[in-house]
Design a protein around this ligand. Structure first.
Ligand SMILES: Nc1ncnc2c1ncn2[C@@H]1O[C@H](COP(=O)(O)OP(=O)(O)OP(=O)(O)O)[C@@H](O)[C@H]1O
Ligand SMILES: [Mg+2]
Length: 174
């Protein structure tokens, strides 16, 4: 069965490193937004463009699954709703979705970000320790039930379904 591996974790946790290994092991297509954002725009966020890019990559991922190719979606996915939406879409495409959570403690994270900045500055951007600490408070860590694939549940109140929620979260998703 084709599978979408969804990478989850904070910046510098080691997601892309793990994603590269998984892509090799499973002969899967790896989609890493930074590898598009940085060559296209010279930065990782660029004024909402990342959300637009991710919508296109998500559509591409679902198309690959329908064609029988497994995918590593290297998004980070800090919010539970983002993960639920992607899981719903993947299962609707007839594939299975595996969350790959890459946890990291603050000290290791800081060291990895510094290591990456010094070894591959062209593939990254400077991140301050204050940012790392702030982002950690925004991250919704997946719990055991979610990692075990419990029921996806409904989208937040007011949304008819996960596809509509996804098209709002990632403009250009269709
Ligand atoms: N298991 C590991 N042990 C030691 N170093 C690691 C490990 N995983 C990744 N690294 C190093 O840590 C740095 C960050 O890793 P990586 O780029 O994979 O993180 P990331 O989660 O993809 O970050 P981002 O969200 O910013 O894209 C890199 O320099 C990488 O070589
Ligand atoms: Mg990465």
């Amino acid at each position: 069965m084709t599978t979408l591996f969804l990478m989850v974790g904070l910046p510098g946790a080691g997601k892309t490193t793990r994603a590269r290994q998984l892509a090799k092991e499973h002969h899967a297509l790896r989609l890493t937004p930074d590898e598009w954002m940085i060559p296209l725009f010279g930065e990782s966020e660029a004024d909402g463009k990342r959300d637009v890019l991710e919508g296109r990559l998500l559509s591409l991922a679902l198309e690959a699954l329908r064609l029988g190719t497994s995918v590593i979606l290297d998004f980070g996915c800090w919010s539970r709703d983002e993960r639920s939406a992607i899981r719903w879409l993947v299962e609707s495409a007839g594939a299975s979705c595996v969350l790959v959570y890459v946890p990291v403690d603050p000290e290791t994270q800081l060291a990895r970000v510094a290591h990456r900045q010094s070894t591959t500055p062209d593939q990254t951007f400077p991140i301050s320790e204050a940012d790392l600490l702030h982002w950690r408070t925004l991250f919704e860590e997946p719990d055991a039930a979610e990692l075990g694939g419990r029921d996806i549940g409904s989208p937040p109140p007011g949304w008819p379904g996960w596809p509509e929620w996804a098209a709002d979260r990632w403009p250009s998703f269709m």
